[in-house]
Design a binder for this molecule. Structure first.
Ligand code: SF4
Length: 456
């Protein structure tokens, strides 16, 4: 029996994708063999702390607040909603709604294109968004819906960008989802007039405005006299993203997710980029000085950066000294999404007198792991693509008192009887910037010193 047309198309698509992915893996493995081995696809069927490709795309794009986010797939994939990953918006709240085409058995047999087109018509008419993202999930990759064509037609019909996101969950790691999201964003960048963008201007990439962190950072840059053209994608707006190519510099915070976009923008629009981190004292100060250094022909920027850092430290250092008195000697396990964040956290914890005894990430690069090796204390357990059993064993063996992680590590920490600080997309307290470091010290102190741990 011949497979149905959508299924045949899907099998062909899947075959090509696997072939491409395998070729990429061989290339990556070759490069990494000489140094640290990471960035490999998780073993099929294993319980990994990593999330799927679709989740990677959703994390990057969902903070765009004036767009419809439509998950093309079964309803279960739409579990990744605003509720578990709370980016804030200063205006529209459309990103807080999660839409799904809710594909069922009959759609899998006959194809889901019609359902997708109808869903787009209904949502765009009802919500009048500035754009729409359509996420392909596993089953869409298998049945082979032509999502590109449906989006193109919807875009022409409604006069807004309707962008397909090729995020079929099975086709790689969360990192591949980041790349799919960047690919969709790149279609928006460069589509608006930028004649009014000043020279002293930047974009912040990989900042998702969790608990309002992007607003803190924008205020710092405003004090330096630098305009933030677009934050990708925290408190994001379609029209700002379209103007992003007017900025003079890209600062990339979550490098795992957005370096690809920064590289594309450098190639196409000649905008250089720098990696920054906004967590902890040194890295936050360094991020401001990096921008000042870039605009070296405007010496007032450096002067303003110095004044800002000096003023913030004068307030912050006494707070940290006090926390350190109570926390010195405690041990932490850190398992977060990106390697660069893990590096910042080791430094931030040292200011509180806490040694990091376990550290790892879902998507860290070979460079990140080299740096982690260099800055970690001897005997620190360093893990890539870990799972609950490995993390639990490492925490027990090293005697960690505190776990810093995300939604998947929280229950693990509590089962082990460890204090926990959320440093992922679900956090409700801003931890970026100097004010974020003060919040971080408070969070750590409150959880580590809670009397509940004495009842274990
Ligand atoms: S895209 Fe695939 S792996 Fe991801 S949530 Fe949906 S079914 Fe699961």
């Amino acid at each position: 029996m011949k497979p149905s047309r959508p299924l045949a198309r899907g099998l062909q698509f899947l075959g090509m994708d696997i072939l491409k992915e395998r070729t990429a893996q061989v290339g990556r493995a070759g490069k990494e063999a000489a140094s640290v081995s990471c960035g490999k696809v998780s073993a099929a069927g294993s319980v990994s702390q990593r999330a799927c490709v679709f989740c990677g795309s959703r994390v990057v794009l969902y903070p765009v607040a004036d767009a419809v986010h439509l998950v093309h797939g079964p309803i279960g994939c739409a579990a990744y909603t605003w509720d578990i990953r709370g980016s804030l918006s200063s205006g529209p709240q459309l990103h807080r709604l999660s839409f799904s085409t809710d594909l069922r058995e009959l759609d899998v047999i006959h194809g889901g294109e019609k359902k997708l087109a109808l869903a787009l018509d209904e949502l765009i008419t009802l919500h009048r968004p500035r754009g729409a993202f359509v996420y392909s999930t596993c089953i869409v990759g298998l049945i082979g819906d032509d999502v590109e064509a449906v989006c193109r037609k919807a875009s022409e019909k409604h006069g807004i960008p309707v962008l397909p996101v090729h995020s079929e969950g099975f086709k790689g790691t969360k990192k591949d989802g980041y790349a799919a999201a960047c690919h969709a964003l790149m279609k928006l960048v460069g589509t608006a007039d930028v004649s009014d963008v000043p020279k002293l201007s930047i974009n912040i990439l990989g900042e998702f405005n969790l608990a309002g962190e992007a607003w803190i950072l924008k205020e710092y840059y405003r004090r330096l006299g630098i305009e933030v053209v677009s934050v990708l994608t925290g408190d994001g707006r379609i029209d700002d993203i379209r103007r992003a190519h007017g900025a003079s510099l890209n600062l990339v915070q979550c490098s795992g997710s957005m370096t690809y976009l920064a590289q594309q923008m450098e190639e196409k629009y000649g905008i250089p980029y720098k990696r920054v981190s906004y967590f902890g004292l040194e890295d936050m100060a360094q991020a401001l000085y990096q921008a000042a250094e870039f605009f070296a022909d405007e010496p007032q920027v450096l002067e303003a950066a110095r004044t800002l850092v000096k003023g913030e430290l004068a307030d912050l250092l006494p707070v940290l000294a006090k926390a350190k008195l109570r926390l010195a000697g405690k041990k932490a396990a850190v398992y977060v999404g990106g390697g660069f964040k893990a590096i910042s956290l080791i430094k931030a914890l040292r200011h509180l007198g806490i040694a990091t005894v376990v550290v790892g990430s879902q998507t860290g690069s070979a460079d990140d792991y080299e740096t982690l090796k260099q800055i970690s204390d001897p005997g620190t357990v360093i893990l890539d693509d870990s799972n609950p059993v490995e993390l639990a064993r490492s925490c027990r063996e090293t005697g960690a008192d505190l776990f810093l992680g995300g939604v998947k590590e929280r229950p693990l920490a509590y089962k082990l009887g460890l204090a926990f600080v959320d440093h992922n997309h679900e956090r409700k307290v801003p931890l970026a910037g100097f004010v974020g470091m003060a919040n971080f010290a408070k969070e750590v102190e409150e959880t580590v010193l809670s009397p509940v741990w004495g009842l274990r």
